[in-house]
Ligand binder design. Sequence first.
Ligand SMILES: [Mg+2]
Length: 118
Amino acid sequence: MAQQGALKTLSVELQVFAADRDWLQFHSPKNLAMALSVEASELLEIFQWLTPAESAALSTDKLADVRDEIGDVLIYLIRLADQLGIDLVEAAQRKHEKNRQKYPTDMVRGSAKKYTDY
Ligand SMILES: [Mg+2]
């Protein structure tokens, strides 16, 4: 299934944003994968050292920071997938199906073990 709707619209907007600034030259898959990891780490940094309870009760300002970093992560994920010709929704659906097969409900319910440990 071809990428559609909001993700496709965003993908085109991000492509135009980069092209208008002559930044496509920097958008190699390697650079985009690195940028994605950096943004994921910026997201993680917000939660660093918080207790589980604190992480579930963020202030309005911290929640805004999380929202920004989630946006950054999605932006680079979309750019990376676009540069590699990968349909994000299809990739997620395929992986989700693999996970369903690796983790049958009756075998794994309530457990956080990795499939290799079953
Ligand atoms: Mg960021």
